[in-house]
Design a protein around this ligand. Structure first.
Ligand SMILES: [Ca+2]
Ligand SMILES: [Ca+2]
Length: 142
């Protein structure tokens, strides 16, 4: 689950991995949330991260799933464009945690995905990409 202001009203909204995608619940401002809006994002979504991925000031979503990951760009009003899917390099073979951060200092948000099947194989690729960055498993979809 990710918590971020997805529609720019100053109130924290929710994005939750569920079913075959991500559900967005906008904050009503009184401790309740609107009905979930669902967006497809691949098989077995496990982790959702929120951050501005295209530099337009609007918070986008990235979702890890069984086959890799998906990026959903924020259209600005709390709705999202159709997911663009990515296959992660290396032995990324199951849904795992996903985080957004600027890893190389170029001011652009990058994605880091961790494999849930940790240390099962040893290989150079494993060491460079899928060495576990996280000590905990990603939360399963509700
Ligand atoms: Ca909001
Ligand atoms: Ca954005």
């Amino acid at each position: 689950m990710a918590v971020a202001d997805l529609n720019g009203d100053g109130r924290a909204d929710l994005a939750v991995a569920s079913g075959t995608g991500v559900s967005v619940l906008l904050n009503n401002g009184n401790g309740t949330f609107g009905a979930p809006a669902s967006y497809g994002s691949g098989t077995n979504p496990a982790s959702v991260a929120a951050g501005d991925l295209n530099g337009d000031g609007k918070i986008d979503l990235a979702v890890s799933n069984k086959d890799g990951g998906s990026v959903l760009l924020n259209l600005g009003n709390g709705t999202f464009a159709a997911a663009v899917n990515y296959t992660f390099a290396g032995p990324y073979n199951d849904s795992g945690p996903l985080v957004i951060g600027d890893l190389n200092g170029d001011g652009r948000a990058d994605l880091v995905a961790g494999s849930e099947r940790r240390r099962r194989r040893r290989s150079p690729e494993h060491d460079t990409l899928s060495r576990p960055v996280f000590s905990r498993r990603a939360p399963r979809a509700a």
